[in-house]
Design a protein around this ligand. Structure first.
Ligand SMILES: NC(=O)c1ccc[n+]([C@@H]2O[C@H](COP(=O)([O-])OP(=O)(O)OC[C@H]3O[C@@H](n4cnc5c(N)ncnc54)[C@H](O)[C@@H]3O)[C@@H](O)[C@H]2O)c1
Length: 328
């Protein structure tokens, strides 16, 4: 099978591309390297079934030409940063998420490609009164531009799937954690490690520290995606990817402090329920639908974060001000 992975030089996309190669697919990675890294795909570059195209999804003609002969698309490229900071352009998510997804879908239609898997997010749910949140409890009320445009991407995929008789898989990821390092964007684990290396006595924590979210290891996320594509055979398949529990930011701070061998660290809280505008302070994903399909995460949120802290510490050279891998 010839498979196109958009965003395949990213944290999750590159692990996915490696897993698809391992399964015997011919893999084309399309990435503009905006947040992805060439070193993420370096181990695959010489593989005879691997191709890398440094291309921007905003360029429709390039996307259409990359689509030739493709049988399945994993659309992972996005502006991965959920944070909105005062002064940011408000059309960034619109272009990077919605317009790019349209370009992918329309070039698929023109080239006769009819299978797409998409990395969506728990951010589409916004602040849900039901916890843990099942896929069926659909609250189209995201509170960030990221979540809003991801929900728009899901809608576009649903429409293309229905109009042209495709099969589609939509994954609403929990917070995905893993060892890969990138400079742009901040995640809680990498952020804490960076700050504590700068000052091992005090740690600034965004919000009130009570934010609590579901976490899933990157390697488990890849396993779940491939399992769902193999086993979910509805025309449109929507799944939460995560485990049913959550972990607080304060607990993660304690775990990072302990893993770094520190003690007596004083915490300063910036205050407020969320860490930044558009942050969903608390959520748990209901994984029952995925469990019923036959896949269950081996590690709960705390175990996933514990492993990610170790691998992130090992991956972050001391004195380098970088943050850790994958984030919502
Ligand atoms: N990591 C998480 O916790 C999490 C949670 C929910 C959803 N997701 C989604 O999973 C996907 C992968 O996330 P990630 O954490 O690996 O992020 P990432 O930044 O490592 O990967 C995104 C990739 O897309 C590429 N890209 C972005 N815009 C592009 C464009 N216009 N054209 C071509 N390539 C482009 C980037 O260079 C990067 O390689 C994203 O769609 C993200 O929204 C991630």
């Amino acid at each position: 099978m010839k498979t196109l992975v958009t965003g395949g030089a990213g944290c999750i996309g590159s692990d996915l591309a490696a897993a698809l190669l391992e399964r015997g697919d011919s893999v084309v990675v399309l990435d503009n390297l905006s947040s992805g890294k060439i070193e993420h795909i370096a181990p695959m570059r010489d593989h005879p079934r691997f191709t890398f195209l440094e291309t921007d999804l905003e360029n429709f003609d390039s996307v259409a030409s990359a689509m030739q002969g493709v049988e399945m698309v994993y659309h992972m490229a996005a502006n991965p940063d959920v944070k909105f900071t005062e002064g940011d352009a408000t059309d960034k998510d619109l272009r990077q998420n919605l317009v790019c997804t349209y370009n992918v879908l329309e070039s698929m239609r023109r080239c006769g490609v009819s299978r797409i898997a998409f990395s969506s997010t728990s951010a589409v749910y916004g602040i849900s009164p039901i916890q843990p949140i099942p896929e069926s409890a659909f609250f189209p009320a995201p509170i960030s531009l990221y979540g809003a445009t991801k929900l728009g991407c899901e809608s576009l995929i649903s429409a293309f799937q229905n109009l042209f008789g495709w099969r589609a898989w939509i994954f609403r990821f929990a917070n995905i954690v893993g060892p890969k390092v990138r400079k742009k964007g901040r995640t809680v684990i990498g952020d804490f490690i960076t700050r504590l290396r700068e000052n091992p006595k005090r740690l600034t924590i965004l919000g009130d520290g009570k934010q609590a979210k579901s976490y899933l290891l990157s390697e488990e996320c890849i396993g779940a995606m491939l399992y769902i594509v193999d086993h979910a055979q509805e025309p449109l398949n929507i799944y939460n990817l995560g485990c049913g529990d959550s972990l607080s930011v304060l607990r993660i701070a304690d775990m990072v402090v302990e893993a770094m061998g520190l003690s007596g660290v004083e915490y300063d809280f910036t205050g407020g329920e969320g860490g930044w505008p558009g942050d969903v302070p608390r959520f748990r994903l209901d994984p029952s639908k995925l469990n019923a399909l036959g896949w269950t995460a081996k590690r709960n949120s705390e175990e996933a974060v514990r492993i990610a802290i170790q691998t992130t510490l090992a991956a972050m050279p001391v004195a380098a001000h970088v943050d850790n891998a994958c984030k919502p």
